[in-house]
Ligand binder design. Structure first.
Ligand SMILES: *Cc1c(COP(=O)(O)O)cnc(C)c1O
Length: 376
């Protein structure tokens, strides 16, 4: 249930590979058919009925996600937010959820704008402070939502500690593992019940597919409700998107090592850059979550953020001078991307001079040269 039975590098290459093709294809075929033929006796000899329910490419992706994350089962969705929505839909009216203050803004927004109308309530806390989590617990608290490292401030939550608080109250825990991926962080080994992925990011890895997934440590009633919502609601990962995601995941461990190594070097460079006032990266010794991240993660990941002197104007000016690093939202692709977060998430309490950098797998000297040119 915990480690994949193989090393994750090997599992990433082979998980979800089914060689059912009569031609002996090594690369899996894409099954575009929406419907599957019934036998004269009414049975389904191919094991499939209709593509919203099940599709061979989606099943292969779901098997691979469960293997890599060390879970029992997974459900793949059309986006990370479709996956998060299915988790909230599995709760009942009157239930209370605790989320981190530095939560992915889409997650908070879907709770605020939609699920409160359906009778869910939530409290946002600084989840790196256990006493705040304890203080927010209500008799109706059914779920604690963990996101670590957080985005864009790279705060680190003690997963095992929050799992302990939830367990005392019989609440379940979800960990949004999008930033770390199963290569760098293993939430199920720390007792988390569900893992969420925006597969759009590192799992896909090439900024060409939108997807999401819920992985379950055990296939319990909660996961069955999520699975039922996936099938009934139909926000499923398409055959081609499933195929692209599985192809991306083959190189996930290699890419994560390169992202993390480059990010560490870029963070050290930024510390010394004169127009940079602050660097947020858990790999730096002075980061408040550094020791915890060292225990909880295998490396510190490919995301960092930094604050530039001169507020929003200074940050926008620096970003405008970049040539290699692309100005765009989102992260996790092989190419470096930068974003002025406060202008896309206004009112989110993000420092105005903050730039979020998704460090790509280009040669680190080229990434640093581009930054030096823009910041100098
Ligand atoms: C992007 C992201 C999501 C949402 O994923 P989409 O595919 O954009 O819907 C959720 N959580 C985190 C941490 C993300 O970065």
């Amino acid at each position: 249930m915990t480690e994949p039975s193989q090393n994750i590098d090997t599992a990433a290459v082979h998980a979800g590979a089914h060689s059912a093709s009569p031609y002996g294809d090594l690369a899996p075929p894409i099954h575009l058919s929406t419907t599957f033929e019934r036998a004269p006796d009414g049975g389904y000899p191919g094991g499939h009925i209709y593509s919203r329910n099940h599709n061979p490419n989606r099943s292969a992706l779901e098997d691979a996600l469960a293997v890599l994350e060390g879970g029992a089962a997974s459900a793949a969705f059309a986006s990370g937010m479709a996956a998060a929505t299915a988790i909230f839909q599995a709760l009942a009216p009157g239930d209370h959820v605790i989320i981190p203050a530095d939560c992915y803004y889409g997650t908070r927004r879907v709770l605020e704008e939609h699920f409160t109308r359906w009778g869910l309530s939530f409290t946002a806390v600084e989840m790196e402070r256990a006493e705040q989590v304890r203080a927010a617990m209500l008799p109706a608290t059914r779920m604690i939502w963990i996101e670590t490292p957080s985005n864009p401030l790279l705060r680190i939550t003690d997963i095992a500690e929050v799992v302990g608080i939830a367990a005392e109250a019989g609440a379940v825990t979800v960990c949004d593992n999008t930033l770390a991926t199963p290569v760098l962080q293993r939430p199920f080994e720390l007792g988390v019940d569900l893992v969420l992925h925006a597969t759009t990011k590192y799992l896909g890895g090439h900024s060409d597919v939108l997807g999401g997934a819920v992985v379950a440590r055990v296939e319990d009633e909660l996961f069955q409700r999520i699975r039922a919502m996936q099938i009934a609601g139909g926000a499923v990962c398409s055959p081609f998107d499933s195929w692209l995601l599985l192809r991306g995941m083959r190189t996930l461990p290699l890419r994560m090592r390169a992202h993390a190594e480059n990010a560490m070097a870029v963070a050290r460079y930024l510390l010394d850059a004169s127009s940079v006032t602050r660097v947020h990266y858990p790999g730096l010794e002075d980061h408040p979550g550094h020791e915890l991240a060292r225990r909880q993660m295998r490396a510190f990941g490919g995301m960092l953020s930094f604050e530039v002197a001169g507020g929003a104007e200074g940050a926008m000016r620096a970003a405008s001078r970049l040539e290699l690093i692309t100005r765009a939202t989102s992260f996790g692709g092989v190419h470096s991307m930068i974003e002025h977060r406060a202008s896309i998430q206004p009112g989110g309490g993000i420092p105005l001079g903050l730039l979020r950098l998704s460090v790509g797998i280009e040669h680190v000297d080229d990434i640093i040269a581009d930054l030096r040119n823009a910041l100098g």
